[in-house]
Write a protein that binds this ligand. Structure first.
Ligand code: UT7
Length: 325
């Protein structure tokens, strides 16, 4: 029997404050029509000034722990995907571990920007498969509002805050092939020659501050469409799965047009795609676990269904996972 990592609980957290396109119209030279047509975003959540990525991660984690019906003492690993840590160091993961009361075990952050959650899920999956951990709390959490230049209309209308979490557990459940529960494959890529297309203007060892988001949106868009089409084809080929066998596409939420294009490549109707971009905006590493939790809690995603998860972001990085929920 082989060990598989299965998702046994999900959780999420969104800050109270909602910023609408109408609010943004008063802040920069933009319109609700432009933002909606170009990105699909209508509103987004913005963290309070004193609310940190760690605070949001902890709130999402508590929900996931409850949903998995476990205690924090049962967790032997915490991995947080984030680009906006509370401090340059230590990691958000060690704060989450301590505040939740998890016992000493592995805890660290993963930084792959919008692909961060897929990277973190893949790393956690490998720790579990090699027997180094049994139950890992995997979180995507971001306070992207802290990196946004609120005078830059090309980025401030897109990014937002929130957190999502999953509990990943070792399982030796019966079941053969693609019918078995758990993560079937993960696929990770980066092309560092494209790192300048989406970056911050600074960092600890250059300017000494976190900097602001700078993005060549049109270029990133083009690569996103291509990379997502390529990677979903790779996932299908590696697992010998047909598009119609996928129950849900759970994509990173950066732009509704990128999501629609990927769905089209898979020949998937949009009612099999989890879309939260309209209400959440682009929450970077948090967007996939936020979308996943929403669709699990409202009953769309059911145990035993096959999920295709994919993301693309700064680096450029991109990745995907095929998961039997
Ligand atoms: O999550 C990480 C990965 N990120 C992404 O995947 C984002 C990928 N990129 C995108 O989603 C899209 O490129 C954007 C939504 C960022 C922009 O959409 P676009 O259709 O590519 O627009 P554009 O950048 O080509 O800009 C078109 C026009 C420009 O004016 P000109 O040069 O044509 O006169 C912009 O200056 O729209 C202008 N513009 C705006 N107008 C009103 C840019 N931002 C705004 C704005 N409101 N907020």
């Amino acid at each position: 029997m082989t060990v598989k990592s299965i998702i046994t609980g999900t959780g999420s957290y969104l800050p109270e404050k909602i910023l609408t396109n109408a609010d943004l119209e008063k802040m920069v030279d933009t319109t609700d029509e432009w933002i909606t047509q170009r990105s699909g975003i209508k509103s987004r959540h913005i963290a309070a000034e004193d609310e940190t990525t760690g605070d949001m991660a902890i709130a999402a984690a508590r929900q996931a722990i409850e949903a998995a019906n476990i205690n924090p003492e049962d967790i032997d690993g915490v991995i947080v995907a984030t680009t906006t840590p509370d401090r340059t160091f230590p990691s958000v993961a060690v704060k989450v571990q301590a505040e939740l009361g998890c016992p000493p075990g592995l805890a660290f952050d993963v930084q792959a920007v919008c692909t961060g959650f897929v990277y973190a899920l893949s790393v956690a999956d490998n720790f579990i498969k090699t027997g180094q951990a049994q139950r890992i709390l995997v979180i995507g959490a971001e306070k992207m509002s802290s990196l946004v230049d609120w005078k830059d209309r090309t980025t401030c209308v897109l990014f937002a805050d929130g957190a999502g979490a999953v509990i990943l557990e070792a399982s030796e459940e019966e079941g053969a092939g693609i019918d078995a529960r758990g993560i079937h494959s993960t696929h990770l890529y980066a092309n560092g020659t494209q790192r300048g297309m989406l970056q911050t203007s600074g960092g600890p060892s250059t300017t000494g501050d976190a900097g602001h988001i700078e993005m060549q949106g049109r270029e990133v868009f083009k690569y996103a469409v291509t990379y997502m089409a390529d990677i979903v084809a790779e996932v299908l080929a590696v697992n010998q799965v047909k598009p119609e066998e996928i129950d849900w596409l759970v994509p990173h939420q950066a732009n509704i047009r990128i999501i629609e294009s990927t769905a089209q490549k898979l020949d998937m109707p949009m009612d099999k795609v989890v879309v939260t971009i309209d209400k959440h905006g682009n929450t970077s590493a948090a967007s996939i676990p936020l979308a996943l939790d929403e669709a699990v809690r409202d009953g769309r995603i059911q145990p035993g269904q096959l999920l295709l998860i994919e993301a693309m972001g700064g680096g450029l990085t991109w990745g995907a996972a095929l998961v039997r929920f």
